[in-house]
Design a protein around this ligand. Structure first.
Ligand code: AMP
Ligand code: FES
Ligand code: ZN
Ligand code: ZN
Length: 304
C-alpha cells in the first residue's frame, strides 16, 4: 500500500475516499479535511474565539490540536462530572491538563460539578428515580458549556463528535423516527438566543479510526476507556452495525450521513420556525423554554 502523495509506504487506507497515505501526509490531510468541513458549513470565521469542549478522549483532543495548529484562538473546557469508577473523571482531567501544558499552556479551565454545585452527576442521578446517569449528564454538560461560552463571549462551542458518532445517532433517531431530534442533528446548530452559543462539530466528516490514528501519530495521550455508564449504550451497537455495513461496502457511513444532510437541506424534514426562547430562568439567568426554573435548575431543586 503506497501513499497517494509521495509513494512512500502508507500507514492508513481510507477506502471511502480510495486514498492511502503515509504518516506525514495523513497528519497533514486530517487538518485539511477539518478546514474544508469548517468552511463548507460556515462553522466559524478565523477571527472568532472558540470554546473547545474537551473530554480527554481522542476526538476532542485531536480537534483541539488541529484548531491550535490552524491558529484559532481557543480555550478548552473540561467538565469534571465526578464519575468515580476507576477514577474515570479525574484521570480524564489529568489527560486534558497534560495536553494543555504540552501545547504551551493554552487557555484551559475545569468546571468540577461536585465542587461548584455540591453534587456529582452520579449522586444527582441516583437521587432522581427513573433518571439515567447519561441523560442527567447530558443536561448538566449542555448547561455548563453554554454558561462558560456565554460568560467568556465565545462565538461557538466546538465538540469532538466524529462521523461514527453522528451516523450512530442518525441510525438511532431513524429507527425510532425521532423527527424532532432528526431536525436538530446537524454539523452546526445556530445560536437560538444571544446567550446560547452556536454548536459546531468540525470532525463530523472524519471516521473514528481516522481521529484515533491522528491522535496516535501526533503523540496525543488520551483516555482510552469509555465512560462506565456508556458501555452498554445503544450507540455502541449501532456503531458495530454500521461498521459491518461499511466493511461490505466502503463509504456507507459517510453516504448515510451526507445524504441525510442533503435531504434535510432539501426540506425532506419540514423545518418549522423554532419558537423563540422568551423566558429567563430566575435562578441561573440562562434562557429557557420553561416558565419558571430551567430544566437544569429544576434538577437540583427536586433533589433531596
Ligand atoms: P460523548 O457524548 O462523550 O461522545 O462526547 C461528545 C463530545 O462532547 C466530546 O467529543 C467532547 O467535545 C464533549 N464532551 C464530552 N464529555 C465532556 C466533558 N466531560 N467535558 C467537556 N466536554 C465534553
Ligand atoms: Fe456522561 Fe458517561 S459521559 S454519563
Ligand atoms: Zn506520503
Ligand atoms: Zn436555571
Amino acid at each position: 500500500m503506497r501513499c497517494a502523495k509521495c509513494g512512500a509506504t502508507a500507514v492508513i487506507g481510507m477506502r471511502q475516499h480510495r486514498l492511502n497515505l503515509c504518516a506525514e501526509h495523513f497528519v497533514a490531510w486530517v487538518p485539511d479535511m477539518v478546514a474544508r468541513t469548517i468552511d463548507k458549513y460556515a462553522m466559524f470565521a478565523p477571527n472568532e474565539r472558540i470554546l473547545v469542549a474537551v473530554s480527554g478522549g481522542k476526538d476532542s483532543l485531536a480537534l483541539w490540536d488541529i484548531l491550535i495548529r490552524q491558529g484559532y484562538e481557543t480555550e478548552g473546557v473540561y467538565i469534571n462530572l465526578g464519575i468515580d469508577h476507576e477514577g474515570y473523571s479525574d484521570a480524564s482531567e489529568d489527560k486534558v491538563r497534560a495536553f494543555a501544558e504540552e501545547h504551551g499552556s493554552v487557555p484551559f479551565r475545569v468546571v468540577n460539578v461536585g465542587e461548584v454545585y455540591g453534587k456529582t452527576v452520579p449522586d444527582l442521578a441516583h437521587t432522581r428515580r427513573g433518571k439515567r446517569v447519561c441523560s442527567v449528564c447530558g443536561l448538566v454538560k449542555r448547561h455548563i458549556m453554554n454558561r462558560v461560552a456565554s460568560e467568556g463571549g465565545y462565538a461557538a462551542i466546538a465538540t469532538g463528535h466524529n462521523l461514527d458518532d453522528e451516523a450512530a445517532t442518525l441510525l438511532g433517531n431513524t429507527l425510532h423516527w425521532q423527527s424532532a431530534y432528526l431536525l436538530r442533528q446537524a454539523p452546526v446548530l445556530p445560536e437560538t438566543h444571544p446567550r446560547l452559543a452556536r454548536k459546531v462539530k468540525p470532525l463530523c466528516h472524519l471516521y473514528e479510526r481516522e481521529t484515533a490514528a491522528y491522535a496516535l501519530l501526533r503523540g496525543i495521550d488520551y483516555v482510552e476507556e469509555e465512560c462506565p455508564y456508556a458501555v452498554k449504550a445503544k450507540s455502541i451497537v449501532y456503531k458495530g452495525l454500521l461498521n459491518q455495513l461499511e466493511h461490505r461496502s466502503p463509504g456507507t457511513k459517510l453516504q448515510f450521513y451526507l445524504e441525510y444532510l442533503h435531504a434535510r437541506e432539501d426540506g425532506l424534514f419540514r423545518q418549522e420556525e423554532p419558537a423563540p426562547i422568551e423566558n429567563t430562568c430566575p435562578q441561573c439567568g440562562q434562557p429557557t423554554m420553561a416558565t419558571g426554573l430551567c430544566a437544569f435548575c429544576r434538577l437540583w431543586e427536586k433533589t433531596p
